[in-house]
Design a protein around this ligand. Sequence first.
Ligand code: ZN
Length: 247
Amino acid sequence: MSRYAAHLPLTGVGAEGQQRLQAAHVALIGIGGLGCAVAQYLVASGIGQLTLCDFDTVAESNLARQILYRQSDLGRLKTDAASVALQALNPETRLHCINRRMTDADLHTLLPGCDLVIDASDNYGTRLAVNRACLALKKPWIMAACIRMEGQIMVLRPDTPAQACYRCVYGTAPETLEDCPGAGIFAPVAGIIGVSAAYFALTHLAGKTQAAGLHLFDAVDWQWRTLGIQKKTACRDCGETANHLTR
Ligand SMILES: [Zn+2]
């Protein structure tokens, strides 16, 4: 426990919260710029188990912001390179790797054994799949995204009645939004949003109830703001006619 000594005096964490972290299993979807930052803080903070999901290999253009990877990792699977780096950081965390694009079936197999899901992927289709699976399984999850000089985070609680889902908030946005290489991403912004997602994950797992809301960060003006989120009764994924609820 001395590794986590600085957590013990904290209101909201303490020895009990730390034990909850060490008993928790988190699924992390995507280990790019956001996922690398999230994973480091989860593992360093003593999360019990972490499942890393990514189908990609390390490219040179990743190295500016995907800080778990080294020059020598070019061409390696991200799951392999990340798990080596994370295990060196903290051998107490049990790491699992899934190195393919997550399907609905994969999510329905993985999620029942997890306490929390973090979506740090870079595409809308994956987030909608995570949304559907988490609704069906009533799993809390955190959505984190960043582009250019902006980022956003939302803690979603399908296990809490009447809370909005991701589809309620984003509606029918196109399945392919612009991606980071095309639109650009400033490296520290990915780190700020990733570490913020780790904060929400760790405090949630330690026992804090997070207020619902969409947290938006604008690095240019250095501003955070939080928008309220509203459940839509006609939502295709969580509304009264959504078919996953009867699966
Ligand atoms: Zn909804």
